[in-house]
Design a protein around this ligand. Structure first.
Ligand code: SF4
Length: 312
């Protein structure tokens, strides 16, 4: 049982992807209202060795010697990976040990204003930053950043990184009705995207409960409206649950374990993480599919969102 590695989990974009957690739950520079991992408990821009590089390397070494190679090794997980001051060292370690396995980084992109961070992640094969706002007041409303962060600085960091980065840059924009879908904000986002010049833009929306209860995901029509307004090349809607269903390597044993657990009693995401010993991101992926298949349903209670079997 690994502490900092999870999966591999199937991903349309990254194939079978082994997740690597570089920070504990939940250290992040943002506290997004839609965060699937839960509320940020340490909101910071301070870079530190939150998890010791040696401990992560130890787990990776063990994994490499006991498992087949994944398609990707992806820095993602319980917070913002670039906050770990050793991200560059760990990336280089993977490159050395497994030069033929691709590496990816899921990041909120907020620390890319820092040249040291840009340098540390320069050798990744794919970087997937997110950008949900282009104006300061929307940034504060949807992403609830650490005080020192300004959206302008984040966008400039993305522009500067793109200039030097030779790998693929796939920008993700999370659309949340009532938060960042006004024509004014969408136009400002379009301008930022043009300046950043990513290889592709992926539009996503809510399909798991966020940290704020009255949120709803955008409908397909609303997402299409964004695409029509932007008139940009290389923009696609990523509908995660449908896509995950397509992946043949979807593991039915995990699905069965989740269904078996919540059929005994409704559980929160945290309960499932503790009971099944799986990473929150891994469980989230399976919950997406089960919800899309209408096998489970959610219910808001004082302790959080509970998952239960959907009655026929
Ligand atoms: S940046 Fe990612 S991990 Fe951090 S709060 Fe937002 S969604 Fe959650």
């Amino acid at each position: 049982m690994y502490k900092y590695l999870f999966g591999p989990v199937p991903s349309r974009r990254l194939g079978m992807s082994l997740g690597v957690d570089l920070v504990p739950k939940k250290v992040c520079s943002l506290d997004c209202v839609y965060c699937e991992v839960g509320k940020t408990t340490k909101l910071t821009v301070e870079k530190k060795e939150y998890i010791l590089a040696e401990k992560i390397k130890e787990e990776l070494k063990h994994y490499f010697s006991h498992n087949p190679d994944p398609d990707y090794i992806t820095f993602s997980g319980s917070g913002e990976p670039t906050l770990n001051a050793c991200i560059g060292e760990i990336l280089q370690f993977i490159k050395q040990e497994k030069p033929h396995v691709s590496t990816a980084l899921l990041t909120n992109g907020t620390l890319l204003y820092d040249p040291e961070v840009r340098e540390a992640i320069m050798d990744a094969d794919v970087v997937l930053p997110s950008l949900d706002a282009a104006s300061e007041h929307v940034f504060r409303k949807i992403n609830r950043p650490a005080n020192d962060l300004k959206v302008e600085q984040c966008i400039q960091g993305l522009i500067d990184f793109r200039k030097d980065f030779k790998g693929k840059l796939w920008l993700e924009v999370f659309i949340l009705p009532g938060y960042n879908d006004s024509v004014e904000e969408l136009n400002a986002l379009k301008q930022a995207i043009l300046e950043i010049n990513p290889d592709s833009v992926q539009i996503n929306t809510l399909d798991r409960p966020g940290t704020v209860s009255d949120l709803r995901g955008a409908t397909h029509m609303e997402l299409q409206r964004v695409i029509d307004l932007w008139q940009l090349n290389r923009v696609e809607i990523i509908c995660s649950s449908q896509q995950r269903k397509d992946i043949q390597s979807f593991r039915s044993d995990v699905e069965t374990a989740i269904l078996g657990t919540i059929s005994r009693r409704p559980c929160t995401l945290n309960d499932l993480t503790n009971i099944l010993g799986l990473h929150v991101n891994e469980i989230n992926k399976y919950l997406d599919v089960l919800e899309a298949d209408e096998k489970i349903t959610t219910e808001e209670q004082a302790r959080g969102v509970f998952y239960r079997i959907k009655e026929a």
